[in-house]
Design a protein around this ligand. Sequence first.
Ligand code: MLT
Length: 271
Amino acid sequence: MSQKIHVAVRGGSIAVHVAGDGPPLVCIHGFPLDHRMWAFQEPLADVATLVMPDLRGFGESLGAAPIESIRQLADDCAAVIRAIAPGERVVVCGLSMGGYVAEHLAVHHPEVVRGLILVDTRIEADTDAARAGRRDLATRVARVGSRIAAEAMVPKLLAPTSDQRRRLPIAESLHRMILEADPATIQQALAALADRPDMTEAMRAVHVPTLLVVGEEDSITPPEAMRSIPKVMPQASLAVLPGCGHMTPMEDPEAFNRLVRGFLSGIPGAS
Ligand code: MLT
């Protein structure tokens, strides 16, 4: 059972779902999802307090000022950590866009981060082609609504070879989350994603313990993209999960949760 709190951020407040006991584990969702994507991580609540924000504009965080940048979303998450665990450093886990936010947190707010779990994400900026794709999707969302984002994205999120019986309910849940996402927020987030800087050099200065997890069949942030991270963060270890696409925490929660437990148990005071 999670409890919902509201945390003040610049230009409003955001909703944060909190569940469990123990040191905080901040879980930052991907685009254009919300805290519900972490439902399969509930079993981790026996070793950590799961702190799951809905980034501004997403989920139950409607009403804050618009998204301007990934850095702004990281500032919001720093405010969440200061509210939940004043004066503490916590482990931050982010998937894809949530990973970009976690990277900015580690670089710009190192005083609140004691460990990183970067999931199905990358440290490089967008290519020109990726930026053009985001502009195109934003135009279509403005015209048609969130439905077009769900139709464009859901087929790419899950491993093509995964078992249909397992895949279908996850696809339905992702479809629902995207359909319910605010179209204006989707457009703002697409612009922030396209404008985000390359973090390769900045991540060299991040020395906290780091776990990298990626689905073997992730076509959005493939394993090759994540293999460049240990080149600048030698302490980072990479796990590639077979049978998973871009949504490893949902596609193979048992393996994902096992990796997270193992990682937390290696950090003094993190579980
Ligand atoms: C996500 O899952 O958050 C997005 O796919 C991120 C991206 O498009 O770069």
